[in-house]
Design a protein around this ligand. Structure first.
Ligand code: FDA
Length: 397
């Protein structure tokens, strides 16, 4: 069987792999990118509702989860959201900023994929799709990759096969297998940016509220508070606020929800009692919460929904305020890999150079993108990590 030789073989033609191939190719390296999928970068295609939220202009290391919160700093500082915007603009593409610094491509996600493919082709990078990776060996200072299309060899191997989320789209644990094979630790991967599920009475209630959404402040026991929308679904809770919280959540822990974010609720309620004493508590709730949600809240023990505001005691007002601003619920679980947008955990950053993503154990071996234990918040951060970690590796290849 013939062996093909390259300077670098990149495993995975997703966001990170294609970009890394293009950047390293631009430095004169002979590049091969391999993927088992029929089409490259399928997650880019479906991202951002088809419009690819390709970066976030407010990107900072604090927008990422990692066992080492400092690891991402170097790569993020050396390849910024504005660098990627420059590339996007140079391809004649434009973007729109939505909330919270999120940039979406006006020409849709297909245009971002085409841009990545054009960049790779322009530097003579080769892309082989529908190619299975069967084994990886390191011998004689070279990496040898056995694929369904034969053996390829290279001085450097970049692993960019992503995480475990959405197996239907070809996600696999290959990066973790290769990491372990070469002596790296892997921090247990877990689904992140994923809706919560509930069982029993809560599931039934939330299902009946499906489609209702409300702005909240929400946090897990160990995470920051996110001020975004919460959405009831047939299975439980979703919406940006809950997806963000899910990345920090651990099984059997409660999620804390403030339904009146930023409001001094007890004071507001006392003022309402003065201004509209005959209004019932439930009608007052409907003034700032969706009616179906307010109906549900009125069934809570501390919420005397039918009482007129005039008849609420100070103690009741305090209890109402507490119930609404410190609502705690314990999810049964999450929707898991089937719908998780990303994978938290992954190749332990302790074994990688933060400057180049190169293995500290095996020279020439690199891990980039989602397979690394660096997980972004919702809102373009994960792609920015894919671009930045790819650029960091490409500089060293
Ligand atoms: P990615 O998963 O993109 O690529 C890995 C590649 O490796 C794939 O092409 C796969 O086929 C290939 N591969 C896997 N196993 C293999 C094997 N065994 N053999 C050969 N090839 C293999 N992020 C963001 O910043 N903004 C957004 O708008 C969104 N939106 C979004 C929506 C949805 C529905 C999802 C699921 C995810 C997002 N994300 C996102 C997250 C983002 O898509 C993700 O973080 C990046 O695609 C990660 O890029 P990578 O290149 O690391 O992996």
């Amino acid at each position: 069987m013939l062996t093909d030789f390259f300077d670098t073989v990149v495993l995975g033609a997703g966001a990170a792999g294609l970009f890394c191939g293009a950047r390293a190719g631009a430095r004169g390296r002979r590049i091969l990118v391999i993927d088992h999928a029929k089409r490259p970068a399928e997650k880019v295609r479906i991202s951002g509702g088809g419009r690819c939220n390709f970066t976030n202009i407010d990107t900072a290391a604090s927008n990422f989860l990692s066992a080492n919160p400092h690891f991402a700093k170097s790569a993020l500082a050396r390849y910024t959201p504005w660098d990627f915007c420059g590339l996007v603009a140079s391809h004649g593409l434009t973007w729109t900023e939505k909330t919270l610094g999120q940039l979406f491509c006006d020409q849709k996600s297909g245009a971002i994929i085409q841009m990545l493919l054009d960049e790779l082709a322009a530097v003579g990078g080769e892309l082989r799709l529908e190619t299975e990776i069967r084994a990886v060996r390191h011998a004689d200072s070279q990496f040898h990759v056995t694929t369904s299309g034969g053996e390829v060899s290279a001085k450097n191997l970049v692993v960019a096969t992503g995480g475990l989320s959405i197996p239907k789209m070809g996600a696999s644990g290959l990066a973790y297998e290769i990491a372990r094979q070469f002596g790296h630790e892997v921090i247990a991967p877990r689904p992140a940016l994923v809706p919560f599920t509930f069982s029993g009475a809560l599931k039934e209630t939330f299902s009946s509220l499906s489609g209702v959404s409300a702005p909240v402040d929400a946090h897990a026991e160990q995470g920051p508070a996110f001020h975004e929308a919460m959405l009831f679904t047939h299975r439980g809770l979703s919406g940006p606020a809950m997806l963000q919280v899910s990345s920090y959540w651990r099984e059997s822990e409660p999620v804390s929800i403030d339904l009146a974010p930023g409001q001094p609720l007890a004071e507001t309620l006392r003022a309402a009692k003065e201004a509209s004493p005959r209004t019932s508590l439930k009608s007052w709730l409907t003034g700032w919460l969706p009616a179906r949600f307010a109906d549900y809240i009125a069934t809570w023990p501390d919420i005397p929904g039918d009482k007129q505001l005039a008849n609420l005691s100070n103690r009741e007002i305090e209890a109402i305020s507490l119930a609404l601003t410190k609502w705690q619920i314990v999810p049964t679980g999450t929707e898991g890999w089937r719908t998780a947008e990303v994978t938290a955990g992954g190749v332990d950053t302790d074994g990688l150079s933060s400057r180049s993503m190169e293995s500290k154990l095996v020279p020439g071996l690199y891990f980039i993108g989602e397979c690394v234990d660096v997980t972004g918040w919702l809102g373009g951060y994960n792609f920015q990590w894919a671009w930045a970690s790819a650029a960091a590796a490409a500089e060293a290849l």
